[in-house]
Structures are given as C-alpha cells and as structure tokens.
Design a protein around this ligand. Structure first.
Ligand SMILES: C[S@@+](CC[C@H](N)C(=O)[O-])C[C@H]1O[C@@H](n2cnc3c(N)ncnc32)[C@H](O)[C@@H]1O
Length: 322
C-alpha cells in the first residue's frame, strides 16, 4: 500500500491553525479535521458502535442491503476513491460487489495514517482488490487518483458516514462543486448523509452517557499538549453538544470551567479563556431528502437513486456527474 505525506511540515500547519482559531476575536474554534490523530481515530471507532450513535449502523445497513443495485448502476471498469475512509469496514459491501465483476483499484484518501493502516488491514482479504492509500486531504487526494486513471476507467467516489455534514451548507455545496470539477461526466459519487430527526435523539448521539464523545472532543486539547507542548488542564474543560436551530446542526464545543490562561509554546502564543467560554470544534448539519436532490443538481450531478434506512433516518445517495 502506497501512502503520500500530507504536507512538508504538518506540525507547523497544526500550530498555525491552532493559533488562528484560538486568537479569533469572537467564537474561538478549531478545525474538526484535527480530531483524528491516532487516539481520536480509535475513539471514533468506539463512537461508531455506541447505541446512541445510529449513523454508522444505518449507513452500514444501507450499503449491505443495496451494494449490488448500487454497483449495477455503475459502468465498468470503475476505480474507487474513498474520501475519509476511516477503518473502511462498511466499504467492504461495495468493494465485494465490484470485485465480483472486475479487478478493482480502491484508493482510500485519509488525513489519519492510523485510519489508512486500519483500512488496509480490514479490506486486503477481498479477492481481486488492489489497495493504494493516500495520506492526503480530500481534494488533493482525489485529484491525484483522477490524474492516474486511464482513459477507459470510470471513477466512483465514496463519501460515507455523513462526513459531508461537517461542512456548513454553503461550504458543503462548494465542496461538491470542487469534486464535480475533478470528475468526468458519468463518474459517480455515493454520498451518505444523516437526515433530520428529533433534537433529543440528535443530542444523545453527540453526547453519550459513557463519555466516549466527550473524550473524543477533549482529545483535541490533549493532542495540542502532545504535539505543541501546551499546558491545557483537561479537567478544566468540559464537552458540550448543542443544537443550533438556525443552522439545523449539532455543534460540539469545549467549555472552560473557569477563567484560565493556557500557553502553547510551539505555536508561540498564550490564550486566555473566560469562565463559560467555549471552543467550537465540530458541527454536524442535518439534511432533508429534497435538500439533497437540490444539492446534487446545484453541484452539477443528477441524483440517480436514494436509499433511506428504515430504523434511523439516513440517506445513501447515488449522484452521477452530468
Ligand atoms: C466522521 S469520520 C468517518 C469515517 C468513515 N468514513 C465512516 O463512515 O465511519 C471522518 C474521517 O475523515 C477523515 N478526515 C477528516 N478530515 C479530513 C480531510 N480534510 N482530508 C482527508 N481525511 C479527512 C478522518 O481522519 C476520519 O477518518
């Protein structure tokens, strides 16, 4: 399995982003992609089996049940690129269906080397598969995969687990347009998206009683301590999940329990938090079915098919590039 490094100096990039986010004048924030170091990747795997977090099971049920009809709608031969594959467990169903008809190149694109390694271990036993992993950000990785494909090959891009919802609605649209520009007419995008549901159910999904999601969120401060020599006292911050009615999203924050100053030497700054002040770390926007059809059209795709889970409102959308 080949992997490619993300940037010349990932620690410097991390330091610059932490500094930019924690010195904002209003709401402090940190990019959600930094939740996924080795510890965060392992904690996300635990989140995905929590009873309160129905998303992963819904996604998996849809892929298992409909893998063959999804694959039947794709031209051959098809190269598969998966954005943010994580462990790749759910992807097995699609890959097995594709590998039943052709030798298949599968290219997971991940910011987390831990996730890439898990993904290869998880899927390498499938017959007729060749796995080439890319340790890259989504768009860079997809450009690289697209540039390597041969003229007769089609692309299937997988963006599962409802990861698209971490973008706000307009950024999600811009992101899909970026993907569309890399694709050719007839290429496919399989997009897993969580749908609107009751607010208590949503809040439980992002604030489980066992505290795994809290640990996942707090690990971001622990990561800053580990990689940027900071002195965050994790006991002085708490995980908060809140529903933003205007954005129709669940937000994760880290709330300072008291006024405190934290030094982050490797990023050359200190930051003061007031009691109750929060750092916004992630948002998960919830979509309606008609919104997804509009999203496809506005980004230059047609929605070829949509499958909905009957236990947890979740949509698997097959978009074809026009
Ligand atoms: C919500 S998890 C979903 C994992 C998996 N697709 C699933 O459905 O369980 C998001 C994954 O995307 C990866 N990721 C986050 N931001 C990324 C970025 N900018 N570029 C590439 N990968 C990213 C993370 O490392 C993580 O494994």
């Amino acid at each position: 399995m080949l992997t490619h490094a993300i940037g010349a100096d990932p620690v410097q990039d991390f330091a610059a982003d932490v500094r930019a986010g924690l010195t904002l004048r209003g709401q402090k924030e940190l990019p959600s992609k930094y939740l996924y170091d080795a510890v965060g990747t392992a904690l996300f795997e635990v989140i995905s089996v929590l009873p309160e977090y129905g998303l992963t099971r819904a996604d998996e049920r849809l892929l298992r049940r409909h893998a063959h009809s999804i694959v039947e709608q794709l031209p051959a031969p098809t190269v598969v690129a998966e954005l943010g594959s994580g462990s790749g467990k759910k992807t097995r169903w699609i890959l097995q269906a594709l590998c039943g008809r052709q030798q298949t190149y599968y290219c997971p694109i991940e910011i987390s080397p831990t996730a890439l390694a898990m993904c290869e271990r998880e899927l390498k036993d499938i017959d007729s598969i060749s796995i080439v992993g890319f340790e890259r950000e989504y768009v860079d990785g997809l450009r690289e995969v697209a540039s390597r494909r041969e003229d007769h090959e089609h692309l299937l891009v997988l963006f599962l687990g409802s990861t698209i919802v971490n973008f706000d609605r307009s950024a999600g649209m811009r992101f899909l347009r970026q993907l569309r520009r890399i694709l050719q007419p007839g290429d496919a995008l399989l997009l897993g998206t969580d749908l609107e549901k009751s607010i208590p159910q949503l809040l439980e999904a992002y604030d489980d009683p066992l505290g795994v999601t809290a640990a996942f969120n707090l690990n971001l401060l622990a990561r800053i301590n580990r990689e940027l020599e900071a002195d965050f006292d994790l006991g002085l911050f708490e995980h908060v999940a809140r529903y933003n009615h205007a954005a129709r999203s669940v937000e994760m924050h880290l709330r300072s329990k008291r006024k405190q100053t934290v030094a982050i030497p490797a990023a050359n700054f200190s930051v003061t938090f007031q009691e109750g002040e929060t750092i916004w770390t992630e948002s998960s926007h919830k979509y309606s079915r008609p919104e997804l059809l509009q999203l496809a059209m506005a980004a230059g795709f047609r929605c070829q098919a949509q499958w909905i889970d009957d236990e947890w409102p979740f949509a698997e959308n097959l978009f074809i590039a026009e």
